[in-house]
Each structure stands twice: as C-alpha cells, then as structure tokens.
Design a protein. Structure first.
Length: 102
C-alpha cells in the first residue's frame, strides 16, 4: 500500500474554487483501479499546542493506493491532465509526500 499526502497551495481567495473543481473530478479518481482513498481536506483550527498555524490557502489531499503502479497510473490518467489544466490558474504549488506503512 502507498499513502500520499499532497499539499496544494492555492492563490489567495481561490480555495473554494479549487475545491469545487477538485470535487468534480473526484468520482473519476475514486473509480480508478487501486484507489483506496482520495479526498481533499483543509486545516482545522484547534487549541492543540503542537499544531501548525492554520493555512487558509492550502488544501491537503489524503490518498491511499494499492501500489506504486496504481499511483503512477493515476498521475498519468487523462482525467488528471484535464483537472490539472482546469486548476492551473488557481494553484501556486503542489508538493507530495509518498509514504509506505512502517
């Protein structure tokens, strides 16, 4: 199994627009072979002292895939190319953490 934490920094004030476009593509991704989990999350303000400050312009995507091959197929999927084109004007940067169970 492969876990992915994707951190997407969006243009200020464009988070809702990004999430809307993301959710339009969500059924396509969830239908992919090997997709176990895939969803957008946003920072929650809490009183937990070790939490990083809330980031209003960040969406964190939590993903789980059956294998690295499934993840690679996801990244190459035509609906992902379409999605990337749709969000190009609202996304500032994307970083990935690709993890495996310890």
């Amino acid at each position: 199994m492969v876990h992915v934490i994707a951190t997407v920094e969006v243009v200020e004030g464009k988070r809702d627009e990004f999430v809307s476009i993301f959710k339009e593509n969500l059924p396509n991704v969830l239908a992919e072979d090997g997709c176990l989990e895939y969803g957008p999350t946003v920072d929650l303000s809490t009183e937990i002292g070790v939490q990083v400050p809330v980031r209003d312009n960040v969406v964190t995507v939590v993903e789980r895939w059956k294998s690295m091959d499934h993840l690679k197929a996801h990244l190459a999927a035509s609906h992902m190319a379409t999605y990337r084109e749709q969000v190009k004007d609202v996304v500032k940067s994307v970083s990935l953490q690709v993890l495996e169970p310890a």
